[in-house]
Ligand binder design. Structure first.
Ligand SMILES: [Fe+2]
Ligand SMILES: [Fe+2]
Length: 381
């Protein structure tokens, strides 16, 4: 028997100029509810289950009979949005209420993507969400960009949750980080940090609106000479700074991170796609804890390095540069809210975000794994 949806306090987020969304979770089920304003009784609600298979099932739909035509597509979009945050790529309709309308709105197909399952109407989430968004635009109730930013913020924060288990961070926290591993990490960070102002300069050049140019001018001004901070850290460790500056190649995972950001602006020339990279990289530095910095200084000190704080200026300074309400990470989200306009554009951005987050995780894993004798030979993944 499934448990009832819990009554724990839910936050409200605006869907568009007509509806507000609240959500409650219980185990693998979510209830999404729509109201005319924060705290008002729901006009409509849906219950979805997520079994961790990449498929979300809509199990219940309830709509107040007096509600207007835009409430059902807004409710289905909200359910699909939750499914997407939870990692689903397919949506199934497993209830009878509003079945014909929902099938039409989400362009559901009869049958099943997996032939062994009981046939139920289903669709790929990317297709269903575009169809619902188009429907809402046609009813003059388009999805608010603030809802897209809320989804982005939650997706990034969800990705960061296990960050302390990524190799580099875990090694700092358990005190096993070696000096060579730290020098290797800083050397790889230098590979992309030294390109930041040039990349942001390209965003200014390809910024077709003043909002975009203003954002990237401000961000560029906040990144000047940051590679020098890495170099000073390396010099304090007596590392070969010249090699890092001129001869060192990025490792595989660092190159993957750089490839995502460089293709976004150098090939696609799209400043919106580019911000997926700082959202991931600065998401890490913006959310580092003082406890992590204490442990990093302790590691550095354990190698016999005097004044350990002089060897971790890059990370300590970026907690301030990137973190806080006036830091680069929050500034990027403010910019996103002003620039996101459509569901297809948002989906493309979300995919680029997931690529950047994946490469960032692998990069921080590689910084310690690559130098450890007990790690498996790693060619490519
Ligand atoms: Fe920076
Ligand atoms: Fe930054």
């Amino acid at each position: 028997m499934s448990k009832a949806i819990s009554d724990e306090a839910s936050t409200w987020v605006q869907i568009n100029h007509e509806f507000w969304l609240s959500e409650r979770r219980c185990a693998e089920k979510w209830e999404v509810a729509l109201a005319n304003d924060k705290g008002r009784p729901p006009l409509a609600r849906a219950r979805i289950s997520l079994a961790g298979t990449g498929t979300a099932r809509i199990e219940e739909l309830h709509v107040n009979a007096e509600s207007d035509r835009s409430v059902l597509p807004a409710l289905l979009y909200s359910a699909g949005r939750r499914a997407r945050i939870e990692g689903a790529r397919v949506v199934q309709l497993a209830c009878e209420s509003y079945r014909d309308v929902a099938v039409d709105l989400m362009r559901l197909s009869e049958g099943s993507p997996h032939s062994s399952e009981t046939p139920v109407p289903w669709q790929r989430l990317d297709i269903a969400m575009c169809a619902l968004s188009t429907q809402l635009e046609g009813l003059n109730t388009p999805i608010a960009s603030s809802l897209m930013v809320a989804e982005t913020r939650e997706s990034v924060m969800r990705w960061l949750e296990p960050g302390e288990t990524w190799g580099f961070f875990q090694s700092v926290l358990d005190g096993s980080l070696s000096k060579d591993e730290y020098i290797y990490a800083l050397g790889n960070v230098h590979q992309f940090v030294r390109h930041t102002t040039r990349i942001l300069g390209r965003c200014i050049a390809h910024g077709d609106d003043s909002e975009t140019r203003r954002h990237f001018i401000n961000h560029l001004n906040g990144e000047v000479n940051h590679e020098l901070i890495v170099e000073h850290d390396l010099a304090h460790l007596n590392a070969d700074v010249h090699f890092v500056q001129h001869d060192m190649p990025p490792n595989l995972e660092t190159l993957e991170f750089m490839a995502v950001q460089e293709s976004a602006i150098a090939y696609h020339q799209d400043p919106l796609l580019l911000v997926a990279s700082p959202l991931a990289a600065e998401g890490v530095t913006a959310h580092m804890s003082e406890r992590f910095m204490e442990r990093l200084r302790a590691c550095i000190s354990s190698w016999g390095v005097k004044s350990p704080e002089k060897a971790c200026q890059f990370f300590s300074s970026h907690m301030t540069f990137d973190g806080g309400m006036d830091g680069h990470w929050e500034g990027t989200l403010v910019y996103l809210e002003r620039i996101l306009k459509s569901e297809p554009q948002f989906q493309r951005f979300l995919t680029t975000c997931r690529a950047s987050m994946g490469t960032t995780t692998r990069m921080y894993e590689s910084f310690t794994r690559d130098l450890r004798a007990d790690s498996n030979l790693h060619i490519s993944s």
